[in-house]
Ligand binder design. Structure first.
Ligand code: ATP
Ligand code: MN
Ligand code: MN
Length: 389
């Protein structure tokens, strides 16, 4: 196919933050191997290589036409060094990429992929478990449970509810969780705002967790609410596990760090939870889906449960930081990374989930809404559905 007249390469290259990355795009076949290689290197612990593939995939996702020959990609920014192009070329010519097939079958990759998918286990611990203890599966972790002496409480939870936590969360269940939180909040104090962020806000039908942001009408009103909320939820039996993180926001520290040290982690008060989400009759899974795992606290022995475990992030946001927090927690991760880089390199401003800091004037730039944030960055507003980089 010819390039549509409308596609202007220069404009596409001008500012990658202005590109639109929809969920449904024109190049599924090409993006797949690139996303696989991103996953492969993430799991193998090489973030730098993973990022290169993630960026290349994002560039392809944003193209408004289906690529048929490599020349259509000449001079496009974001496709990285030669290797991504080699993967693309081979996929165009053969319909698949040999490297992907080989890497997909790698035993080490398969083991690390499973291990790092357990809540509480990251790529480096996964590698340690695999290399030092020959662990390759969740069953292996169970077999060696006492010997491994894993101190992090989250891992026990991650293993116990592994089947549930590795099952995608539907939009319907995400809304149900929001409803539960909303109800308990309304008992504590009125005039809050609650929003599902993350992938669901970008229009994804499934997610690995539910990200929920909460704020009140003025700064400070949110203080103390989250621990109260957790108490309420816990008493009602909605919580299997949670870890509360105190607010550590300090304007000075957050915004005046060295510019290359742009932190992804924010400083909001939050609760990383595993919910015990009640299910309706038709939502109850088939018996076999839930494997029973025994780490001190086994599931109740009946096969049919009327609940499932779901990962939920609850983030308490002071009102003045809401717009930036909503943007940050809506993601995607790569989109936020691109925005932070652009803001830092081209505007001399530091962007994070707390605000936008003007480094020359040494002051924060306020925003009421996401629209304001895009204005403050000199960018056109981008709907969440087009932030799927
Ligand atoms: P999924 O459907 O797999 O959950 P997601 O896009 O919602 O995909 P998350 O990992 O839930 O991915 O993260 C959502 C957004 O929140 C990301 O853009 C990320 O930048 C931000 N985020 C996630 N965890 C943190 C954290 N600990 N601190 C600050 N921001 C975070
Ligand atoms: Mn999420
Ligand atoms: Mn999350």
């Amino acid at each position: 196919a010819k390039l549509p007249k409308k596609f202007e390469k220069n404009r596409f290259n001008e500012n990658i933050c202005e590109r639109n990355a929809p969920l449904q795009h024109h190049n599924q076949v090409l993006v797949e191997p690139l996303l696989f290689l991103n996953e492969y290197w993430t799991v193998m612990g090489d973030e730098r290589r993973a990022l290169a593939y993630s960026k290349a995939a994002a560039t392809i996702k944003c193209l408004p036409f289906t690529v048929t020959t490599l020349t259509e990609l000449d001079d496009l920014k974001g496709l990285g060094s030669g290797h991504c192009l080699k993967v693309i070329q081979e996929t165009l010519e053969r319909g698949h990429c040999q490297e992907v097939i080989v890497k997909r079958d790698s035993m080490k990759f398969q083991s690390l992929k499973i291990l790092s998918s357990v809540y509480g286990i990251g790529p480096s611990l996964a590698l340690k478990l695999h290399s030092n203890h020959g662990v390759s599966s969740v069953q292996d972790i169970l077999k060696l449970w006492n010997q491994l002496a894993l101190a992090d409480e989250r891992i026990k939870v991650g293993v116990t509810y592994y089947a549930d936590l590795s099952t995608p969360v539907s939009c319907t269940l995400a809304k149900k969780i929001k409803g539960i939180v909303e109800y308990e909040l309304s008992i504590i104090k009125d005039d809050f705002r609650i929003e599902i962020a993350g992938g669901f806000r970008r229009g994804k039908k499934n997610g690995h967790d539910v990200d929920i942001l909460i704020t009140y009408t003025t700064d400070g009103e949110e203080k103390g609410i989250l621990s109260s909320l957790m108490k309420h939820l816990n008493h009602k039996g909605y919580i299997l596990h949670w870890r509360l993180e105190k607010s550590s926001f300090d304007e000075e520290a957050v915004f005046t760090r060295s510019p290359d040290q742009i932190s992804v982690m924010d400083h909001f008060e939050k609760s990383f939870c595993v919910f015990k989400c009640p299910l309706q009759g038709n939502e109850i899974p088939e018996t076999e889906r839930t494997i029973r795992i025994d780490v001190n606290e086994p599931f109740p022995s009946q096969e049919q449960r009327n609940w499932r475990a779901i990962r939920v992030d609850l983030i308490m946001v002071p009102k003045s930081q809401w717009a930036y927090a909503l943007l940050g927690w809506t993601g995607s991760k790569l989109f936020m990374r691109m925005l932070r880089h652009y803001s830092n390199a081209h505007l001399q401003k530091t962007l994070n989930s707390h605000g936008l800091w003007d480094k020359r004037e040494n002051k924060l730039i306020p925003a009421e809404s996401e629209e304001d944030v895009f204005k403050n960055l000199g960018l056109s507003y981008k709907d969440p559905s087009h932030r799927n980089f």
